[in-house]
Every structure is written in structure tokens, then in C-alpha cells.
Ligand binder design. Structure first.
Ligand code: GRG
Length: 291
């Protein structure tokens, strides 16, 4: 049932992403480069979470399509830039050539820039949102993805390479680099569904643990291996250079830690004062995903 829920929402969001990009009259190479990474097989976890969070409180889910599309665009831009030679220098992502290998470095940089900036246009021109909602959503998404959020996480991550770091430092990096966009997904969905301040607070706490679950599982998958790993880090020394949960805690310790986060996430969900069955099922999905 959850799988049906996820795949039907993935399809809805994919249609919206394509519609938003196709309506742009822009140089063809730029459009192709944007679409190449947007349609390269991403799991759409962030938009699905945003939609599930909205549906916990609100009704007509088309109200959050623009925010969900904008979020996936920002996530995609971050992956394109993360793969560049100046950062991780990766050749493959999701089993396909990275954007700068399929196009060229300058085009990849511009495709990332275009996705980031277009995301603000997508939100601010949505006729289904009030002006107040637009400002609030843009404020939230820029905070989560910008210098106090994902970008800060990225530079801390680069600085931590080849260094011993504590578990606390590792969690701070993950929370900024990965958790902040998940926080946006959860809180933006609930906000647009008219959740109360107390409900929003509970969901923010939930999103913190969900981000950590996502990351521990990412680290565990790097160790236990799956065919997707082939396309993940070829071209960089990422796996060897970076601190991970299994490196700091051992594989069993990392699994235990993940279970602890799942319990904490579900405790936070209890305070959200609504039918949280989809968010609870998605927590298990995040914790058990195999790619
Ligand atoms: C360049 C500003 C800037 C930031 C980059 C997110 C990020 C920051 C780098 C990606 C490096 C990485 C592998 C992080 C681990 C967590 C993560 C974001 C994994 C990818 O997310 P998925 O699994 O990706 O949701 P798909 O491919 O499904 O879209």
C-alpha cells in the first residue's frame, strides 16, 4: 500500500516537474541539461514527504505541487554541483553520467544555477498560494537550502574530509547537508495544510530524526552494498575519506543508532496530533530502503 502511495505521488510530481521545465522558452542546451538531471531516476523522496505532510492536515494536494517541484529542483541542483570536479569529482550518479560529463562543466554549473533560481519563480508564480504563503515558503526553502542550511553542511563536509570528527560533528553536518531539505519538506507541507504552531513544532522534531535515519541508512548501504553503489561514488574517494556512522560506531552500532532514531521520530509524530499513518510508514521506508 505504501509502495502504491509512493509511486502514484512520484508520478504526479514527475508530470509537474516536466510541465514546469517544458514551459520555459530558454536555450535548448540549458533545458536539456536541466531535464537530464531532473529525469535521471531520482527517487522523489522529498516531494513525496512534502505531499504526505500536507495530506496529514490539508485536502487538495495540488496546493503543494509548486513547493514540491521547487524542492526537487533545489535537491537536483545540489547534486549537479556536488558532482563537479571542484567538489566530489564524480563520473556517475544514479548509474548515469553526471551532468558535467554528459554536457560540460560550464553547462552543468548553469543548469544548477537555473534550477535553484527557477525554484523561486515556480513558488512565487503559483496562483494557488496566497502572497503570505509564497513569502513564507520562499523564506523556509531559502533558509533550509542556503548559507544557514544545506550550503553550510556542504562546506563543513568538505572541511571534515580526511579528519577525525566526533559523532556530534558528523550529525551536525548531516543535519545541515541533508536534514534541512527534509525539514523543509515536512514543515512546508504541514504549514500549507494549516497545521498549528504546536503541530509544526512536533513535525520539526520529527524531521530532525528522519534526516538522521536517512543518513545512517545511506552509510549502511555503502557498507552492505547494493548495485546502485556502482553509480554513486565512482571518480571520487568519498567512501574512504569520510567519517560515517559505521566507521564511528561499527555496523551493529550504526543499526542500533538507527533504530533509536526511528523510535524518537515516532515519539515526535505522536505529538503531531493528527493521523500520521503515512508519515509513520514513510519513516519505516526511509529506515529500511535498499537504495
Ligand atoms: C553543492 C550546495 C551543495 C550541496 C550539496 C546534498 C548534497 C549537498 C550533496 C550530495 C552528497 C550526498 C550523496 C549526500 C548524502 C545524502 C543525499 C542527499 C543523498 C541523495 O539523496 P537521494 O537518495 O537521491 O534522495 P535521489 O538520487 O533519489 O534523488
Amino acid at each position: 500500500m505504501l509502495n502504491d502511495y509512493i509511486s502514484s505521488n512520484q508520478k504526479r510530481i514527475e508530470k509537474e516537474i516536466n510541465r514546469y521545465v517544458q514551459q520555459l522558452s530558454i536555450p535548448l542546451e540549458l533545458k536539456n541539461s536541466m531535464l537530464y538531471s531532473l529525469e535521471a531516476g531520482g527517487k522523489r523522496l522529498r516531494p513525496v514527504l512534502l505531499m504526505a505532510s500536507y495530506e496529514t492536515y490539508g485536502e487538495d494536494v495540488s496546493k503543494v505541487f509548486s513547493s514540491a517541484v521547487a524542492l526537487e529542483m533545489i535537491h537536483t541542483y545540489s547534486l549537479i554541483h556536488d558532482d563537479l570536479p571542484a567538489m566530489d569529482d564524480d563520473t556517475y550518479r544514479r548509474g548515469k553520467l553526471t551532468n558535467h560529463k554528459a554536457f560540460n562543466e560550464a553547462t552543468a554549473i548553469l543548469a544548477g544555477d537555473a534550477l535553484l533560481t527557477y525554484s523561486f519563480e515556480v513558488i512565487s508564480s503559483d496562483p494557488l498560494l496566497t502572497d503570505r504563503e509564497k513569502v513564507e515558503i520562499i523564506n523556509k526553502i531559502s533558509k533550509c537550502s542556503g548559507p544557514s542550511g544545506m550550503v553550510a553542511g556542504q562546506i563543513l563536509d568538505m572541511e571534515a574530509e580526511n579528519k577525525e570528527i566526533s559523532l556530534e560533528e558528523l550529525e551536525n553536518i548531516h543535519n545541515l547537508k541533508t536534514g534541512e531539505l527534509l525539514k523543509f519538506a515536512i514543515t512546508a507541507g504541514a504549514y500549507l495544510g494549516n497545521a498549528t504552531e504546536e503541530q509544526l513544532e512536533a513535525l520539526e522534531e520529527f524531521s530532525y530524526y528522519l534526516g538522521l535515519i536517512f543518513q545512517v541508512q545511506d552509510d549502511i548501504l555503502d557498507i552492505v552494498g547494493d548495485e546502485n553503489k556502482i553509480g554513486k561514488s565512482v571518480g571520487s574517494d568519498e567512501i574512504n575519506d569520510k567519517s560515517t556512522y559505521p566507521k564511528l560506531l561499527g555496523l551493529d552500532g550504526a543499526m542500533e543508532r538507527k533504530n533509536d532514531y526511528v523510535n524518537r521520530a515516532k515519539e515526535a509524530l505522536k505529538k503531531a496530533d493528527a493521523d500520521v499513518s503515512n508519515l509513520s510508514a514513510l519513516t519505516d521506508f526511509f529506515s529500511q530502503r535498499d537504495h
